[in-house]
Write a protein that binds this ligand. Structure first.
Ligand code: LMR
Length: 364
């Protein structure tokens, strides 16, 4: 890990010491990952057999963000609920901050049974064979999180989750983080500001198209590598919801944050199919119920966590915060319109038409 997580609740930004830039993923961590994956591939890890009723077991949930984020706190709530309702028989081991697996290998770990549960951002399903999930990456499309939620809870969302069976995953639901904002070592208010900037993105073709449409150069990097890449000047800037920006300490290595609110970031919670079918019906019900309550909790606190991060950032002298004018927002929106049709060409117009119809119904 590059940096320890920052607690939104406890940290006083005025006293925040810049954290040292440490080495990339350490050799032992990388080795541990490879060993776990190799073991899983040999069938040494994971749930191959049907669970004996009443037998104890552990659900390993790996994720890449800090504990004090909407996803981190929802995972912790899930752990506590499952522990309590199973009387301690079902343990949940949450592995945050990419300590176990990073964006590079977590999907593979799930499919091999080296972990049971993940909540990757929707942007990370495209390269696993589900480009239709990149609908949620489309810039300047969703008016607010409530509209996204109506889509994810509706027919389109259910269809996306069902499709995950193609890759031996079971989709259990969606969870929000919020809207992303741009950061760099300069304000990013107008197209001219983006020219030539190397901006970190998640590995999503829509996000790459978005950055190119703005005149920037997209650089796909794992989340766990991002802060260090910013500190080292490998990339100039990035886009994040505020709770991720703050808890990774990115404000310590970026001088300017522009509140563009240009795109959504949310998650799908997935489990491995072999693990899921190995559970008794009663345990599946317990896990599903606890997860839905934990996701509701995560959704309820997502806004507050982002608001708290903004308040903390306002108190941090090292990062200037810019708010684009309506005209500047309109300029950025106009520049990215072609990205929508680019995705429609890739995944078929039907997905985008259905999304637009549902958004229009919500607006009407
Ligand atoms: C990112 O890579 O920027 C995000 O997906 C991280 C996360 O899980 O919120």
């Amino acid at each position: 890990r590059q940096v320890p997580g920052r607690s939104i609740a406890s940290m006083n930004p005025a006293r925040a010491a810049p954290s040292p830039v440490s080495a990339p993923v350490s050799a032992p961590a990388a080795l541990r990952r490879r060993t776990l994956l190799a073991g899983a591939a040999l069938g040494l890890a994971g749930a191959g057999c049907r669970e004996r009723p009443g037998a104890p077991f552990t659900i390993r949930w790996s994720h890449v963000v800090a504990e004090d984020t909407p996803k981190g706190l929802a995972a912790e709530r899930f752990r506590a609920l499952v522990q309590e309702r199973s009387g301690g028989r079902i343990a949940v081991a949450v592995h945050p901050e990419a300590r176990l697996y990073s964006d590079h290998d977590e999907m593979q770990a799930l499919q091999l049974g080296a972990v049971e549960m993940l909540a990757p951002s929707l942007s990370k399903f495209g390269r696993t064979g589900f480009p239709e999930f990149e609908l949620f990456d489309l810039p300047c499309l969703f008016p607010d999180v409530a509209s996204v939620r109506r889509i994810t809870q509706g027919r389109l969302g259910q269809r996306l989750l069902q499709g995950l069976q193609r890759q031996r995953m079971v989709g259990l639901g969606f969870m929000d983080n919020g809207f992303k904002h741009m950061s760099a070592n300069r304000p990013l208010l107008e197209l001219a500001d983006f020219a030539g900037q190397r901006l970190r993105i998640q590995a999503s073709q829509v996000l790459a198209m978005q950055m190119r449409a703005l005149g920037a150069q997209p650089v796909a990097l794992a989340f766990s590598e991002t802060r260090q890449a910013l500190a080292a000047g490998v990339v100039d800037g990035t886009e994040n919801p505020l709770s991720n920006f703050w808890t990774q300490g990115m404000h310590e290595v970026q001088t300017d944050l522009t509140l563009t609110q240009h795109g959504y970031l949310g998650y799908a919670v997935v489990v491995g199919q072999r693990f899921w079918v190995s559970l008794t019906t009663a345990d599946r019900t317990l896990v599903r119920q606890a997860l839905h309550e934990a996701m509701d909790f995560g959704n309820r606190i997502a806004d507050t966590q982002n608001d708290k991060a903004l308040a903390a950032l306002r108190g941090f002298a090292g990062t200037r915060i810019h708010v684009p004018t309506a005209a500047q927002k309109a300029g950025l929106r106009a520049a990215v319109q072609g990205v929508h049709e680019g995705l429609a060409r890739r995944i078929g117009a039907e997905w985008l038409d259905s999304l637009r119809d549902q958004l229009a119904q919500l607006a009407g």
